[in-house]
Design a protein around this ligand. Structure first.
Ligand SMILES: *Cc1c(COP(=O)(O)O)cnc(C)c1O
Length: 345
């Protein structure tokens, strides 16, 4: 059976065009910086984000960790959101491997960190304090609903960072979704940041990989640390070839995923027993709870949906996040709504 897989956009398999490009990719040893396809990908990513240089990394987690390691020394502090991926879902790498202290402040429901909260989190110069070096935001903010942060907000954080001698990193795992949803360029959206990580392997459909983008100096240091972490790769042009298609083609079609998420949410709003979050979806993620009177829990619903060919990944025993992506078409949207209606009624 071919499953309809709504667990995440990380489940996206490479497109036939990607597989072809991967088979034909020109390659070389990327540790010698000799892989022409990787070099092309890195140039293209830097150009699209309006930064000097970029680095192909095996995962978004490694990209974020590298940014933290380049920007911060051991004992320094980074301000992060309490709902951020860096804080919650990267195995504490910043602390474990970098000796970097995460100063978590509240993510507002709109995904932002309040500017006043950032300001109050900055440590004053004092022998008792850590040195606040970095502020990180996440765009789109996943846990807050896949919500996109605006150009204006990002500029305001950039200004605050400059005025207070902080560096500024964007976890832009889904920054192309954020740009698409707001009809702005990614370049504009990341302009104030010193560094940005984004994932090729999610909505952009590549099988593997993320990009870390910033100044030449930043990327050179990140390349050194990538080797230290065991992330120096060889003939990795076979993966970069897919990444180029992600940038050139897949980045331009994310609006389709957002439209299907909207259609799916509209359908699910009509299903008894589901309570959708206000405003969902903002991009490609739909968040909802089971109504109090539904006797099944989310894990039981997941089992029953799987019997109907639909894969879900519940957040907890009452809550779901569904994610649309390249392999979810209109028929899949219809079947999903129908299956929920059957399972719950
Ligand atoms: C997926 C994700 C990452 C990390 O990417 P991996 O490739 O899974 O390591 C970082 N930040 C956010 C917001 C993500 O969704």
């Amino acid at each position: 059976m071919e499953f309809i897989d709504l667990r995440s956009d990380t489940v996206t398999k490479p497109t036939p065009e990607m597989r072809e490009a991967m088979a034909e990719a020109e390659v070389g040893d990327d540790v010698y910086m000799d892989d022409p396809t990787v070099n092309k990908l890195q140039e293209k990513a830097a150009e699209m984000l309006g930064k000097e240089d970029s680095l192909f990394v095996p995962s978004g987690t490694m990209g974020n960790l590298l940014a933290l390691l380049v920007h911060c020394q051991r004992g320094d502090e980074a301000i992060v959101g309490d709902c951020s991926h860096i804080y919650l879902n990267e195995a504490g790498g910043m602390a474990a491997l970098g000796g970097i202290y995460p100063h978590a402040i509240k993510n507002q429901t709109d995904g932002t960190l309040a500017l006043d909260d950032i300001l109050s989190a900055i440590q004053s110069e004092n022998v008792h304090h850590t040195i606040t070096r970095l502020v990180c935001i996440e765009n789109t903010q996943n846990v807050c609903g896949g919500v996109p942060l605006t150009v204006e907000y990002t500029r305001a954080v950039g200004k605050l960072a400059r005025e207070n001698n902080l560096l500024f990193h964007i976890d832009g795992a889904r920054v192309f979704n954020a740009a698409t949803a707001q009809n702005v360029s990614v370049e504009e959206l990341v302009e104030p940041a010193d560094s940005v990580m984004f994932c090729l392997s999610k909505g952009l459909c590549s099988p593997v990989g993320s990009m870390l983008v910033g100044s030449k100096k930043f990327v050179a240091r990140a390349r050194h640390l990538r080797k230290m972490l065991g992330g120096g790769m060889r003939q990795v042009g076979v993966l970069a070839a897919a990444g180029l298609i992600s940038l050139e083609k897949m980045s331009k079609r994310l609006g389709e995923d957002h439209a299907r998420a909207k259609k799916l949410a509209d359908g699910l709003r009509q299903v008894n027993g589901l309570v959708l979050d206000a405003g969902t979806p903002f991009t490609n993620m739909i968040y909802f709870d089971l109504a109090n009177d539904v006797r099944l829990n989310a894990f039981q619903v997941t089992e029953k949906m799987k019997e109907r060919g639909i894969l879900l990944d519940p957040d907890n025993d009452r809550r779901f996040r569904l994610v649309t992506h390249y392999w979810i078409d209109d028929a899949a949207v219809g079947k999903t709504v129908e299956a929920f209606a059957k399972v719950l009624n």
